[in-house]
Design a binder for this molecule. Structure first.
Ligand SMILES: Nc1ncnc2c1ncn2[C@@H]1O[C@H](COP(=O)(O)OP(=O)(O)OP(=O)(O)O)[C@@H](O)[C@H]1O
Ligand SMILES: [Mg+2]
Length: 351
């Protein structure tokens, strides 16, 4: 007879790395059109010509980064002439830091005591030996634009790909820069329910031993994910449900386990902590400690010499990453007060 409980040496996870947000599946589902579009922007480089620039936008957690990385990986595997470079501007938010990251990626070590200009001079000699696809993800976090001018002027064969949630970003940059970029625009729309289900099913098959989910579990996870419009939420739920099941040493993930996982969505951090820079992490910790207080009081606890405006901007970034919730209450004639809460808005998770 088959046992329903799990021995300590057993696991219902086949490969839990497949539940990492950065995992790249072997087949990319439901982004065929976008994949082809990105590929076409790069295609001219294959013919030894200058590539096109591309501005990708859309809501969080709907495959923008994944689809782009997928195409870059294919380029890397299929061509010696084209070098794809991917940099996340959340982690590297100035031209100097991006250049340092590029040096790191191309293994260029002579960076000490060099300013941005000099680094670019060195880097351009190396990059111009090939065609370059430079993908700057989360481009709205970039604080200065000299890197863009450098690439437009000094790199001869290149495609620039920008990714952001902020549809208006490209229209708010300097008009001259905008017209020089002459970027095509590619919108990512959220997945529908069936697509969400397919994608989560694929993850589940990579991550779990066969037949561990009871009937209806996957559909419930897909439904919640579809309501939140964010595949990361679904991956979180798969993982949580698995952990909850293992914690009670069972081999079967039940609806009850999934319900419990759903109740933990409140703690769900859509962006991983490692994607935050130090300042954002410190401020996130502070909001966690003082959740529900007025923003100006929380600011008073932050003794780091940044202006209130900068502090507010960091809070907005954390809100955009769905890590905290901001709320304003009107005091009538006496203006408004603003509060910050740790975690997602209750309304979003209490379905
Ligand atoms: N079509 C898909 N197939 C498999 N996994 C997917 C698909 N679309 C999204 N995912 C997964 O969902 C998660 C979020 O996707 P991704 O990181 O690409 O989102 P994004 O659109 O770049 O979001 P953000 O704007 O917040 O950066 C990732 O873990 C990714 O692997
Ligand atoms: Mg992304």
């Amino acid at each position: 007879m088959q046992k329903d409980f799990l021995e300590s040496s057993e696991s219902i996870f086949l490969n839990d790395a497949a539940l990492d947000y950065n995992f790249i599946p072997g087949i990319l589902l439901h982004r065929e059109g976008q994949q082809a579009y990105i590929g076409n922007s790069i295609k001219l480089l294959e013919q030894g010509r200058n590539g096109r620039n591309l501005f990708i936008f859309g809501a969080p957690g709907i495959g923008k980064t994944l689809a782009t990385k997928y195409v870059l990986k294919q380029v890397e595997n299929n061509s010696d002439e084209i070098m794809p470079i991917y940099v996340n501007c959340w982690k590297h938010d100035t031209s100097y830091k991006i250049l340092l990251e590029i040096c790191n990626l191309i293994d260029y070590k002579f960076i000490q005591y060099k300013a941005t200009d000099q680094l670019m001079k060195d880097v351009k000699l190396l990059l111009n030996k090939k065609s370059i696809v430079l993908c700057l993800d989360e481009i709205d976090k970039l604080q200065d634009f000299s890197i863009l001018y450098y690439f437009l002027e000094d790199i001869f064969k290149r495609s620039l790909i920008f990714i952001t949630n902020d549809k208006g970003w490209i229209n708010n940059i300097d008009a001259r820069l905008n017209s020089r970029l002459y970027a095509d625009k590619l919108e990512f729309k959220p997945y529908n329910y069936d697509e969400t289900l397919d994608i989560l099913k694929q993850r589940l098959e990579y991550a779990f031993v066969k037949n561990v989910f009871e009937k209806g579990c996957l559909e419930l996870i897909a439904k919640k994910t579809f309501e939140l419009n964010d595949v990361r939420a679904g991956i979180f739920l798969l993982k949580e449900a698995g952990d909850i099941t293992e914690a009670r040493a069972s081999k079967k993930i039940t609806m009850d386990d999934v319900e419990k996982a759903v109740s933990r969505l409140q703690e769900f951090k859509i962006k991983q902590d490692s994607e935050l820079n130090n300042e954002q992490n410190e401020i996130l910790e502070l909001v966690k400690k003082h959740s529900g207080k007025q923003i100006k009081d929380i600011f008073n606890h932050y003794k780091k010499g940044v202006s209130y405006r900068t502090f507010r901007r960091r809070l907005e970034e954390l809100r955009d990453a769905k890590l905290i919730t901001l709320e304003e209450k009107s005091l009538g004639d006496r203006g408004k007060v603003a509060y910050a809460y740790f975690g997602l808005n209750k309304k979003l998770v209490e379905f």
